[in-house]
Design a protein around this ligand. Sequence first.
Ligand code: ADP
Ligand code: ZN
Length: 533
Amino acid sequence: TTTSPAATGPALDVLRRVFGYDAFRGEQAAVIDTVVGGGDALVLMPTGGGKSLCYQIPALVREGTGVVVSPLIALMQDQVDALAALGVRAAFLNSTLSFEARRDVERALVAGELDLLYLAPEALRNRTTLDLLDQARIALFAIDEAHCVSQWGHDFRPDYLELSMLHQRWPTVPRIALTATATAATRTEIATRLDLAGARHFVSSFDRPNITYRIVPKDRPDKQLLELLRTEHGHADGRGDAGIVYCLSRASVEKTAAMLVQNGIEALPYHAGLPAGVRAANQSRFLREDGVVMVATIAFGMGIDKPDVRFVAHLDLPKSVEGYYQETGRAGRDGLPSTAWLAYGLADVVQQRRLIETSEGDPAHRRNLAQHLNAMLALCETVECRRAQLLAYFGQEHPGACGACDTCVAPPEAWDGTVAAQKVLSTVLRLARERGQSFGVGQVIDILLGRDTEKVRRFRHQDLTVFGVGTDLAEPEWRAVVRQLLAQGLLTVEGVHGTLVLTEASGEVLAGRREVRMRHEPERPARTARARK
Ligand code: ADP
Ligand code: ZN
Protein backbone atom coordinates (compact mmCIF):
# COMPACT_ATOMS: atom_id res chain seq x y z
CA THR A 1 0.00 0.00 0.00
CA THR A 2 1.05 3.62 -0.43
CA THR A 3 1.24 4.21 3.32
CA SER A 4 3.95 1.61 3.79
CA PRO A 5 7.39 3.09 4.46
CA ALA A 6 8.90 1.19 1.50
CA ALA A 7 6.68 3.12 -0.86
CA THR A 8 8.38 6.38 0.00
CA GLY A 9 11.59 5.53 1.84
CA PRO A 10 15.05 4.47 0.78
CA ALA A 11 13.66 1.26 -0.72
CA LEU A 12 11.69 3.20 -3.30
CA ASP A 13 14.76 5.24 -4.01
CA VAL A 14 16.75 2.05 -4.71
CA LEU A 15 13.93 0.69 -6.88
CA ARG A 16 14.07 3.77 -9.07
CA ARG A 17 17.75 4.59 -9.00
CA VAL A 18 19.22 1.09 -9.29
CA PHE A 19 16.52 -0.96 -11.01
CA GLY A 20 14.85 1.80 -12.99
CA TYR A 21 11.26 0.90 -12.06
CA ASP A 22 8.61 3.39 -10.98
CA ALA A 23 6.62 1.51 -8.39
CA PHE A 24 6.45 -1.69 -6.42
CA ARG A 25 4.20 -4.48 -7.56
CA GLY A 26 1.74 -6.42 -5.47
CA GLU A 27 3.19 -7.41 -2.12
CA GLN A 28 6.74 -6.28 -2.83
CA ALA A 29 6.55 -3.12 -0.70
CA ALA A 30 5.11 -4.95 2.30
CA VAL A 31 7.67 -7.75 2.06
CA ILE A 32 10.54 -5.30 1.72
CA ASP A 33 9.31 -3.32 4.74
CA THR A 34 9.28 -6.43 6.87
CA VAL A 35 12.78 -7.52 5.93
CA VAL A 36 14.32 -4.05 6.02
CA GLY A 37 12.85 -3.76 9.53
CA GLY A 38 14.63 -6.97 10.59
CA GLY A 39 11.63 -9.31 10.44
CA ASP A 40 11.37 -12.75 8.83
CA ALA A 41 9.16 -13.32 5.79
CA LEU A 42 7.78 -16.25 3.86
CA VAL A 43 6.86 -15.19 0.34
CA LEU A 44 4.69 -17.15 -2.05
CA MET A 45 4.58 -15.39 -5.39
CA PRO A 46 4.08 -16.75 -8.88
CA THR A 47 7.02 -17.01 -11.24
CA GLY A 48 7.54 -13.65 -12.87
CA GLY A 49 5.86 -11.96 -9.92
CA GLY A 50 9.03 -10.19 -8.87
CA LYS A 51 10.45 -12.20 -6.01
CA SER A 52 14.07 -11.19 -6.57
CA LEU A 53 13.52 -7.54 -5.64
CA CYS A 54 12.01 -8.69 -2.34
CA TYR A 55 15.48 -9.60 -1.10
CA GLN A 56 17.71 -7.60 -3.42
CA ILE A 57 16.35 -4.25 -2.27
CA PRO A 58 16.56 -5.00 1.47
CA ALA A 59 20.10 -6.25 0.88
CA LEU A 60 20.95 -2.87 -0.64
CA VAL A 61 19.13 -0.87 2.01
CA ARG A 62 20.44 -2.74 5.04
CA GLU A 63 24.04 -2.66 6.07
CA GLY A 64 26.15 -5.65 5.05
CA THR A 65 25.83 -8.40 2.46
CA GLY A 66 22.61 -10.20 1.54
CA VAL A 67 23.31 -13.94 1.40
CA VAL A 68 21.09 -15.75 -1.10
CA VAL A 69 20.77 -19.53 -0.92
CA SER A 70 19.69 -20.97 -4.25
CA PRO A 71 19.76 -24.46 -5.76
CA LEU A 72 19.93 -23.05 -9.27
CA ILE A 73 23.68 -23.02 -9.69
CA ALA A 74 23.39 -22.75 -13.46
CA LEU A 75 21.62 -19.38 -13.14
CA MET A 76 24.02 -17.77 -10.66
CA GLN A 77 26.42 -16.39 -13.23
CA ASP A 78 23.57 -14.76 -15.17
CA GLN A 79 22.03 -13.30 -12.02
CA VAL A 80 25.35 -11.87 -10.91
CA ASP A 81 26.06 -10.46 -14.38
CA ALA A 82 22.62 -8.84 -14.55
CA LEU A 83 23.15 -7.22 -11.15
CA ALA A 84 26.64 -6.08 -12.06
CA ALA A 85 25.18 -4.37 -15.14
CA LEU A 86 23.02 -2.33 -12.74
CA GLY A 87 26.01 -1.43 -10.62
CA VAL A 88 25.16 -3.86 -7.81
CA ARG A 89 28.17 -5.58 -6.24
CA ALA A 90 27.21 -9.24 -6.46
CA ALA A 91 29.13 -12.51 -6.52
CA PHE A 92 28.56 -16.22 -6.05
CA LEU A 93 30.30 -19.14 -4.44
CA ASN A 94 29.72 -22.60 -5.86
CA SER A 95 31.58 -25.63 -7.09
CA THR A 96 32.13 -24.16 -10.56
CA LEU A 97 34.53 -21.47 -9.33
CA SER A 98 38.28 -21.75 -9.68
CA PHE A 99 40.41 -21.54 -6.57
CA GLU A 100 41.53 -18.00 -7.44
CA ALA A 101 38.01 -16.76 -8.18
CA ARG A 102 36.79 -18.19 -4.91
CA ARG A 103 39.54 -16.46 -2.99
CA ASP A 104 38.65 -13.12 -4.60
CA VAL A 105 35.00 -13.48 -3.62
CA GLU A 106 35.90 -14.43 -0.06
CA ARG A 107 38.17 -11.44 0.27
CA ALA A 108 35.52 -9.05 -1.09
CA LEU A 109 32.93 -10.46 1.29
CA VAL A 110 35.06 -10.03 4.39
CA ALA A 111 36.10 -6.54 3.25
CA GLY A 112 32.41 -5.57 3.08
CA GLU A 113 32.53 -4.99 -0.65
CA LEU A 114 29.57 -7.17 -1.62
CA ASP A 115 25.89 -6.25 -1.67
CA LEU A 116 24.78 -9.77 -2.55
CA LEU A 117 26.36 -13.21 -2.33
CA TYR A 118 24.72 -16.24 -3.95
CA LEU A 119 25.43 -19.66 -2.43
CA ALA A 120 24.43 -23.23 -3.18
CA PRO A 121 22.76 -24.86 -0.17
CA GLU A 122 25.50 -27.47 0.14
CA ALA A 123 28.03 -24.69 0.73
CA LEU A 124 26.50 -24.09 4.15
CA ARG A 125 27.40 -27.60 5.27
CA ASN A 126 30.96 -26.55 4.90
CA ARG A 127 32.77 -25.32 8.03
CA THR A 128 34.98 -22.97 6.09
CA THR A 129 31.97 -21.24 4.52
CA LEU A 130 30.36 -20.81 7.93
CA ASP A 131 33.57 -19.38 9.38
CA LEU A 132 33.81 -17.07 6.40
CA LEU A 133 30.28 -15.79 6.95
CA ASP A 134 31.15 -15.23 10.62
CA GLN A 135 33.79 -12.76 9.50
CA ALA A 136 31.33 -10.85 7.31
CA ARG A 137 28.50 -8.50 8.12
CA ILE A 138 25.30 -10.16 6.94
CA ALA A 139 22.30 -8.02 5.95
CA LEU A 140 19.87 -10.91 5.51
CA PHE A 141 19.51 -14.51 4.41
CA ALA A 142 17.30 -15.17 1.42
CA ILE A 143 16.25 -18.78 0.85
CA ASP A 144 15.13 -19.06 -2.74
CA GLU A 145 13.06 -22.01 -4.03
CA ALA A 146 12.15 -22.67 -0.40
CA HIS A 147 9.81 -25.53 -1.34
CA CYS A 148 12.98 -27.61 -1.84
CA VAL A 149 12.81 -28.21 1.93
CA SER A 150 9.59 -30.19 1.52
CA GLN A 151 10.16 -33.91 1.54
CA TRP A 152 6.91 -34.50 -0.26
CA GLY A 153 7.60 -32.20 -3.18
CA HIS A 154 9.18 -32.87 -6.56
CA ASP A 155 12.28 -30.85 -5.78
CA PHE A 156 13.34 -32.05 -2.34
CA ARG A 157 16.93 -31.11 -1.46
CA PRO A 158 18.26 -32.68 1.74
CA ASP A 159 20.68 -29.75 2.14
CA TYR A 160 17.73 -27.43 2.65
CA LEU A 161 16.90 -29.19 5.90
CA GLU A 162 20.16 -27.88 7.33
CA LEU A 163 19.13 -24.28 6.72
CA SER A 164 17.30 -24.04 10.03
CA MET A 165 20.75 -23.59 11.56
CA LEU A 166 20.94 -20.12 10.03
CA HIS A 167 18.58 -18.94 12.72
CA GLN A 168 20.52 -20.61 15.51
CA ARG A 169 23.86 -19.31 14.36
CA TRP A 170 22.73 -15.80 13.33
CA PRO A 171 19.59 -15.15 15.43
CA THR A 172 19.42 -11.44 14.69
CA VAL A 173 19.77 -11.64 10.91
CA PRO A 174 16.38 -11.49 9.12
CA ARG A 175 15.48 -14.35 6.82
CA ILE A 176 13.23 -14.37 3.80
CA ALA A 177 12.08 -17.64 2.23
CA LEU A 178 10.64 -17.47 -1.28
CA THR A 179 8.84 -19.92 -3.53
CA ALA A 180 6.45 -20.07 -6.46
CA THR A 181 5.12 -23.52 -5.67
CA ALA A 182 3.48 -24.21 -2.39
CA THR A 183 0.21 -25.56 -1.21
CA ALA A 184 -0.92 -24.51 2.26
CA ALA A 185 0.55 -27.77 3.59
CA THR A 186 3.93 -27.12 1.97
CA ARG A 187 3.93 -23.59 3.35
CA THR A 188 3.46 -24.93 6.87
CA GLU A 189 6.22 -27.42 6.24
CA ILE A 190 8.55 -24.68 5.02
CA ALA A 191 7.85 -22.58 8.11
CA THR A 192 8.46 -25.54 10.43
CA ARG A 193 11.55 -26.97 8.79
CA LEU A 194 13.26 -23.64 8.29
CA ASP A 195 12.41 -22.57 11.83
CA LEU A 196 10.38 -19.62 10.52
CA ALA A 197 7.58 -19.79 13.06
CA GLY A 198 7.54 -16.03 13.60
CA ALA A 199 7.74 -15.11 9.93
CA ARG A 200 5.06 -13.03 8.26
CA HIS A 201 3.46 -14.85 5.38
CA PHE A 202 2.89 -13.02 2.11
CA VAL A 203 0.73 -15.07 -0.20
CA SER A 204 0.07 -13.53 -3.58
CA SER A 205 -2.78 -14.68 -5.70
CA PHE A 206 -1.71 -16.68 -8.71
CA ASP A 207 -4.79 -15.64 -10.60
CA ARG A 208 -4.30 -13.60 -13.75
CA PRO A 209 -7.87 -12.42 -14.22
CA ASN A 210 -7.21 -10.62 -17.51
CA ILE A 211 -5.94 -13.79 -19.21
CA THR A 212 -8.49 -16.00 -20.97
CA TYR A 213 -7.37 -19.62 -21.06
CA ARG A 214 -8.20 -21.79 -24.06
CA ILE A 215 -7.03 -25.28 -24.90
CA VAL A 216 -8.28 -26.48 -28.27
CA PRO A 217 -8.00 -29.84 -30.02
CA LYS A 218 -5.11 -29.73 -32.46
CA ASP A 219 -6.35 -30.33 -35.95
CA ARG A 220 -4.44 -28.29 -38.52
CA PRO A 221 -2.26 -26.17 -36.25
CA ASP A 222 -0.99 -23.72 -38.90
CA LYS A 223 -4.50 -22.92 -40.02
CA GLN A 224 -5.77 -22.71 -36.45
CA LEU A 225 -2.98 -20.33 -35.47
CA LEU A 226 -3.56 -18.10 -38.48
CA GLU A 227 -7.22 -17.95 -37.68
CA LEU A 228 -6.53 -16.98 -34.07
CA LEU A 229 -4.13 -14.21 -35.14
CA ARG A 230 -6.40 -12.90 -37.86
CA THR A 231 -9.82 -13.03 -36.29
CA GLU A 232 -8.95 -12.19 -32.70
CA HIS A 233 -5.65 -10.34 -32.79
CA GLY A 234 -5.96 -8.06 -35.76
CA HIS A 235 -3.43 -9.69 -38.06
CA ALA A 236 -5.83 -9.83 -41.00
CA ASP A 237 -5.06 -6.25 -42.03
CA GLY A 238 -1.37 -6.17 -41.12
CA ARG A 239 -1.64 -4.27 -37.86
CA GLY A 240 -2.05 -6.93 -35.25
CA ASP A 241 -1.22 -7.48 -31.60
CA ALA A 242 2.15 -8.43 -30.21
CA GLY A 243 2.31 -12.01 -29.09
CA ILE A 244 4.44 -15.06 -28.52
CA VAL A 245 4.03 -18.44 -30.24
CA TYR A 246 5.81 -21.26 -28.44
CA CYS A 247 6.98 -24.37 -30.30
CA LEU A 248 8.83 -27.37 -28.94
CA SER A 249 11.63 -27.65 -31.48
CA ARG A 250 13.91 -25.25 -33.31
CA ALA A 251 12.76 -26.70 -36.62
CA SER A 252 9.11 -25.99 -35.90
CA VAL A 253 10.00 -22.48 -34.74
CA GLU A 254 11.62 -21.79 -38.12
CA LYS A 255 8.81 -23.42 -40.06
CA THR A 256 6.05 -21.61 -38.18
CA ALA A 257 7.76 -18.21 -38.39
CA ALA A 258 8.19 -18.67 -42.16
CA MET A 259 4.56 -19.72 -42.50
CA LEU A 260 3.36 -16.59 -40.69
CA VAL A 261 5.63 -14.34 -42.75
CA GLN A 262 4.29 -15.91 -45.95
CA ASN A 263 0.86 -14.99 -44.74
CA GLY A 264 1.81 -11.37 -44.30
CA ILE A 265 2.35 -11.42 -40.54
CA GLU A 266 5.37 -9.78 -38.97
CA ALA A 267 6.86 -12.83 -37.27
CA LEU A 268 10.41 -13.44 -36.04
CA PRO A 269 12.06 -16.68 -34.91
CA TYR A 270 13.91 -17.12 -31.62
CA HIS A 271 15.73 -20.22 -30.41
CA ALA A 272 19.08 -21.16 -28.92
CA GLY A 273 20.40 -22.39 -32.28
CA LEU A 274 20.33 -18.92 -33.85
CA PRO A 275 23.47 -16.75 -33.77
CA ALA A 276 23.55 -14.49 -30.70
CA GLY A 277 23.36 -11.39 -32.89
CA VAL A 278 20.17 -12.55 -34.62
CA ARG A 279 18.60 -13.47 -31.30
CA ALA A 280 19.41 -10.09 -29.80
CA ALA A 281 18.12 -8.24 -32.87
CA ASN A 282 14.86 -10.20 -32.95
CA GLN A 283 14.32 -9.75 -29.25
CA SER A 284 14.86 -6.01 -29.41
CA ARG A 285 12.47 -5.68 -32.37
CA PHE A 286 9.86 -7.60 -30.42
CA LEU A 287 10.32 -5.31 -27.43
CA ARG A 288 10.47 -2.02 -29.33
CA GLU A 289 8.15 -2.37 -32.30
CA ASP A 290 4.41 -2.78 -32.17
CA GLY A 291 2.65 -5.93 -33.21
CA VAL A 292 5.60 -8.28 -33.70
CA VAL A 293 4.86 -11.98 -33.26
CA MET A 294 7.77 -13.86 -31.72
CA VAL A 295 7.88 -17.54 -32.63
CA ALA A 296 10.13 -19.19 -30.08
CA THR A 297 11.21 -22.15 -28.06
CA ILE A 298 10.97 -21.77 -24.29
CA ALA A 299 14.51 -20.34 -24.45
CA PHE A 300 12.67 -17.07 -25.04
CA GLY A 301 11.01 -15.14 -22.28
CA MET A 302 13.17 -15.28 -19.16
CA GLY A 303 13.38 -11.73 -17.88
CA ILE A 304 11.41 -10.34 -20.83
CA ASP A 305 9.18 -7.61 -19.49
CA LYS A 306 6.94 -6.45 -22.34
CA PRO A 307 3.66 -5.26 -20.85
CA ASP A 308 1.45 -5.39 -23.97
CA VAL A 309 1.87 -9.01 -25.07
CA ARG A 310 -1.75 -9.71 -26.05
CA PHE A 311 -1.50 -13.45 -26.66
CA VAL A 312 0.65 -16.44 -25.91
CA ALA A 313 -0.01 -19.38 -28.20
CA HIS A 314 1.38 -22.87 -27.66
CA LEU A 315 1.58 -25.12 -30.70
CA ASP A 316 3.02 -27.93 -28.58
CA LEU A 317 2.18 -29.22 -25.16
CA PRO A 318 4.22 -27.72 -22.30
CA LYS A 319 5.95 -30.31 -20.12
CA SER A 320 4.47 -29.07 -16.86
CA VAL A 321 1.81 -26.81 -15.40
CA GLU A 322 4.60 -24.64 -13.97
CA GLY A 323 5.96 -24.13 -17.48
CA TYR A 324 2.52 -23.45 -18.91
CA TYR A 325 1.76 -20.93 -16.18
CA GLN A 326 5.08 -19.18 -16.57
CA GLU A 327 4.85 -18.97 -20.37
CA THR A 328 1.21 -17.90 -20.50
CA GLY A 329 1.96 -15.45 -17.69
CA ARG A 330 3.97 -13.35 -20.15
CA ALA A 331 0.67 -12.23 -21.66
CA GLY A 332 -1.14 -9.19 -20.35
CA ARG A 333 1.32 -7.78 -17.83
CA ASP A 334 -0.43 -4.45 -18.41
CA GLY A 335 -3.66 -5.86 -17.04
CA LEU A 336 -5.57 -5.61 -20.33
CA PRO A 337 -7.51 -8.59 -21.74
CA SER A 338 -5.18 -11.21 -23.21
CA THR A 339 -5.33 -14.74 -24.55
CA ALA A 340 -3.52 -17.91 -23.56
CA TRP A 341 -4.18 -20.41 -26.34
CA LEU A 342 -2.91 -23.98 -26.61
CA ALA A 343 -3.50 -26.47 -29.41
CA TYR A 344 -3.19 -30.00 -28.11
CA GLY A 345 -3.67 -33.42 -29.66
CA LEU A 346 -2.96 -37.11 -29.53
CA ALA A 347 0.48 -36.75 -31.11
CA ASP A 348 1.54 -34.42 -28.28
CA VAL A 349 0.75 -36.99 -25.64
CA VAL A 350 2.50 -39.77 -27.55
CA GLN A 351 5.53 -37.57 -28.12
CA GLN A 352 5.83 -36.39 -24.52
CA ARG A 353 5.32 -39.86 -23.09
CA ARG A 354 7.94 -41.18 -25.49
CA LEU A 355 10.40 -38.44 -24.58
CA ILE A 356 10.08 -39.37 -20.92
CA GLU A 357 10.25 -43.08 -21.66
CA THR A 358 13.50 -42.70 -23.59
CA SER A 359 15.01 -39.98 -21.39
CA GLU A 360 18.28 -40.43 -19.58
CA GLY A 361 18.36 -40.49 -15.84
CA ASP A 362 17.15 -42.70 -13.04
CA PRO A 363 13.59 -43.99 -12.53
CA ALA A 364 12.88 -41.36 -9.88
CA HIS A 365 13.69 -38.63 -12.38
CA ARG A 366 11.42 -40.20 -14.98
CA ARG A 367 8.64 -40.53 -12.43
CA ASN A 368 9.05 -36.87 -11.60
CA LEU A 369 8.78 -35.91 -15.28
CA ALA A 370 5.72 -38.13 -15.67
CA GLN A 371 4.03 -36.52 -12.65
CA HIS A 372 4.57 -33.08 -14.10
CA LEU A 373 3.26 -34.17 -17.49
CA ASN A 374 0.22 -35.85 -15.92
CA ALA A 375 -0.77 -32.64 -14.18
CA MET A 376 -0.50 -30.77 -17.49
CA LEU A 377 -2.58 -33.42 -19.25
CA ALA A 378 -5.21 -33.25 -16.55
CA LEU A 379 -5.48 -29.52 -17.19
CA CYS A 380 -5.92 -30.18 -20.92
CA GLU A 381 -8.56 -32.85 -20.44
CA THR A 382 -10.59 -31.24 -17.69
CA VAL A 383 -14.27 -30.48 -18.16
CA GLU A 384 -14.12 -28.04 -15.26
CA CYS A 385 -12.99 -24.42 -15.17
CA ARG A 386 -9.37 -24.22 -16.39
CA ARG A 387 -8.56 -21.29 -14.13
CA ALA A 388 -9.90 -23.06 -11.06
CA GLN A 389 -7.83 -26.14 -11.92
CA LEU A 390 -4.72 -24.08 -12.61
CA LEU A 391 -5.02 -22.28 -9.28
CA ALA A 392 -5.77 -25.52 -7.45
CA TYR A 393 -2.49 -26.88 -8.79
CA PHE A 394 -0.70 -24.09 -6.94
CA GLY A 395 -2.76 -24.72 -3.82
CA GLN A 396 -5.15 -21.81 -4.31
CA GLU A 397 -8.89 -21.81 -4.57
CA HIS A 398 -10.97 -19.97 -7.10
CA PRO A 399 -14.48 -19.13 -5.96
CA GLY A 400 -16.60 -20.95 -8.51
CA ALA A 401 -16.16 -21.02 -12.25
CA CYS A 402 -14.35 -18.05 -13.80
CA GLY A 403 -16.52 -17.45 -16.84
CA ALA A 404 -13.41 -16.54 -18.82
CA CYS A 405 -11.93 -19.81 -19.98
CA ASP A 406 -13.04 -22.11 -22.77
CA THR A 407 -14.63 -24.69 -20.49
CA CYS A 408 -16.65 -21.99 -18.72
CA VAL A 409 -17.72 -20.33 -21.97
CA ALA A 410 -18.66 -23.58 -23.72
CA PRO A 411 -18.79 -26.36 -21.15
CA PRO A 412 -17.72 -29.64 -22.72
CA GLU A 413 -19.87 -32.62 -21.96
CA ALA A 414 -18.45 -35.55 -20.11
CA TRP A 415 -19.41 -39.00 -21.33
CA ASP A 416 -18.97 -42.54 -20.15
CA GLY A 417 -16.11 -43.81 -22.30
CA THR A 418 -15.72 -47.11 -20.51
CA VAL A 419 -16.83 -49.31 -23.41
CA ALA A 420 -14.76 -47.37 -25.93
CA ALA A 421 -11.79 -47.64 -23.59
CA GLN A 422 -12.28 -51.39 -23.25
CA LYS A 423 -12.28 -51.76 -27.04
CA VAL A 424 -8.96 -49.97 -27.39
CA LEU A 425 -7.37 -51.73 -24.44
CA SER A 426 -8.50 -55.19 -25.52
CA THR A 427 -7.12 -54.58 -29.00
CA VAL A 428 -3.74 -53.73 -27.48
CA LEU A 429 -4.05 -56.71 -25.17
CA ARG A 430 -4.90 -59.15 -27.96
CA LEU A 431 -2.11 -57.93 -30.17
CA ALA A 432 0.30 -58.56 -27.31
CA ARG A 433 -1.15 -61.87 -26.03
CA GLU A 434 -2.13 -63.55 -29.27
CA ARG A 435 0.51 -62.17 -31.59
CA GLY A 436 3.30 -60.90 -29.37
CA GLN A 437 3.00 -57.60 -31.22
CA SER A 438 2.68 -53.96 -30.35
CA PHE A 439 1.60 -51.21 -32.71
CA GLY A 440 1.13 -47.48 -32.78
CA VAL A 441 -2.12 -45.57 -32.66
CA GLY A 442 -2.79 -45.71 -36.40
CA GLN A 443 -2.84 -49.47 -36.71
CA VAL A 444 -4.92 -49.95 -33.55
CA ILE A 445 -7.55 -47.56 -34.91
CA ASP A 446 -7.49 -49.26 -38.33
CA ILE A 447 -8.22 -52.56 -36.57
CA LEU A 448 -11.08 -51.04 -34.55
CA LEU A 449 -12.58 -49.55 -37.69
CA GLY A 450 -12.12 -52.80 -39.60
CA ARG A 451 -10.15 -51.14 -42.37
CA ASP A 452 -8.84 -53.22 -45.22
CA THR A 453 -5.30 -51.89 -45.55
CA GLU A 454 -2.12 -53.46 -46.82
CA LYS A 455 -0.70 -53.50 -43.30
CA VAL A 456 -3.85 -55.13 -41.89
CA ARG A 457 -3.59 -57.93 -44.46
CA ARG A 458 0.15 -58.34 -44.03
CA PHE A 459 -0.29 -58.98 -40.29
CA ARG A 460 -3.62 -60.82 -40.77
CA HIS A 461 -5.25 -58.43 -38.31
CA GLN A 462 -8.65 -59.06 -39.94
CA ASP A 463 -8.64 -62.37 -38.06
CA LEU A 464 -8.56 -60.72 -34.64
CA THR A 465 -11.90 -60.86 -32.80
CA VAL A 466 -11.68 -57.12 -32.16
CA PHE A 467 -11.41 -56.35 -35.88
CA GLY A 468 -14.16 -53.89 -36.80
CA VAL A 469 -15.70 -53.62 -33.32
CA GLY A 470 -15.28 -49.85 -33.32
CA THR A 471 -17.38 -48.67 -36.24
CA ASP A 472 -19.70 -46.78 -33.87
CA LEU A 473 -17.10 -44.00 -33.65
CA ALA A 474 -15.23 -42.16 -36.38
CA GLU A 475 -11.46 -41.94 -36.59
CA PRO A 476 -11.12 -38.50 -34.94
CA GLU A 477 -13.19 -39.75 -32.04
CA TRP A 478 -11.02 -42.80 -31.62
CA ARG A 479 -8.00 -40.56 -31.62
CA ALA A 480 -9.61 -38.51 -28.84
CA VAL A 481 -10.33 -41.71 -26.91
CA VAL A 482 -6.73 -42.93 -27.21
CA ARG A 483 -5.45 -39.48 -26.29
CA GLN A 484 -7.50 -39.46 -23.12
CA LEU A 485 -6.44 -42.99 -22.21
CA LEU A 486 -2.82 -41.87 -22.55
CA ALA A 487 -3.57 -38.73 -20.56
CA GLN A 488 -5.23 -40.71 -17.78
CA GLY A 489 -2.41 -43.25 -17.59
CA LEU A 490 -4.69 -46.08 -18.70
CA LEU A 491 -2.40 -46.70 -21.64
CA THR A 492 1.17 -45.73 -22.33
CA VAL A 493 3.74 -45.80 -25.09
CA GLU A 494 7.00 -47.65 -25.39
CA GLY A 495 10.16 -47.45 -27.44
CA VAL A 496 11.27 -45.03 -30.12
CA HIS A 497 8.22 -45.76 -32.27
CA GLY A 498 5.82 -45.06 -29.45
CA THR A 499 3.89 -48.30 -29.66
CA LEU A 500 0.90 -48.64 -27.34
CA VAL A 501 1.21 -50.79 -24.23
CA LEU A 502 -1.06 -51.43 -21.27
CA THR A 503 -0.42 -50.08 -17.80
CA GLU A 504 -1.30 -51.56 -14.42
CA ALA A 505 -4.46 -49.48 -14.36
CA SER A 506 -5.59 -50.84 -17.76
CA GLY A 507 -6.51 -54.14 -16.12
CA GLU A 508 -9.14 -52.52 -13.92
CA VAL A 509 -10.86 -51.04 -16.95
CA LEU A 510 -10.72 -54.32 -18.88
CA ALA A 511 -12.12 -56.17 -15.87
CA GLY A 512 -15.01 -53.69 -15.68
CA ARG A 513 -13.96 -52.46 -12.25
CA ARG A 514 -13.24 -48.93 -13.33
CA GLU A 515 -15.34 -46.39 -15.20
CA VAL A 516 -13.63 -44.05 -17.65
CA ARG A 517 -14.96 -40.51 -17.94
CA MET A 518 -14.09 -38.69 -21.13
CA ARG A 519 -14.66 -35.23 -22.45
CA HIS A 520 -16.43 -34.31 -25.64
CA GLU A 521 -14.75 -31.58 -27.55
CA PRO A 522 -17.35 -28.81 -27.90
CA GLU A 523 -16.17 -28.42 -31.50
CA ARG A 524 -17.35 -31.92 -32.33
CA PRO A 525 -20.75 -31.85 -33.98
CA ALA A 526 -23.65 -32.34 -31.58
CA ARG A 527 -24.74 -35.19 -33.87
CA THR A 528 -22.04 -37.54 -32.56
CA ALA A 529 -22.79 -36.54 -28.99
CA ARG A 530 -26.44 -37.47 -29.40
CA ALA A 531 -25.71 -40.70 -31.23
CA ARG A 532 -23.70 -41.95 -28.33
CA LYS A 533 -26.31 -41.44 -25.62
P1 ADP B 1 10.34 -14.20 -9.98
O1 ADP B 1 11.68 -14.42 -9.33
O2 ADP B 1 9.23 -14.02 -9.01
O3 ADP B 1 10.02 -15.22 -11.02
P2 ADP B 1 11.60 -11.88 -11.01
O4 ADP B 1 12.12 -11.37 -9.73
O5 ADP B 1 12.58 -12.54 -11.92
O6 ADP B 1 10.38 -12.84 -10.76
O7 ADP B 1 10.86 -10.69 -11.76
C1 ADP B 1 10.22 -10.90 -12.98
C2 ADP B 1 10.35 -9.68 -13.87
O8 ADP B 1 9.60 -8.60 -13.36
C3 ADP B 1 11.78 -9.19 -13.97
O9 ADP B 1 12.02 -8.83 -15.32
C4 ADP B 1 11.80 -7.99 -13.05
O10 ADP B 1 12.79 -7.07 -13.41
C5 ADP B 1 10.41 -7.43 -13.24
N1 ADP B 1 9.95 -6.66 -12.07
C6 ADP B 1 9.98 -7.07 -10.79
N2 ADP B 1 9.47 -6.11 -9.97
C7 ADP B 1 9.09 -5.09 -10.78
C8 ADP B 1 8.48 -3.80 -10.53
N3 ADP B 1 8.16 -3.40 -9.30
N4 ADP B 1 8.24 -3.03 -11.60
C9 ADP B 1 8.56 -3.44 -12.85
N5 ADP B 1 9.13 -4.62 -13.14
C10 ADP B 1 9.39 -5.44 -12.12
ZN1 ZN C 1 -13.22 -20.88 -16.15
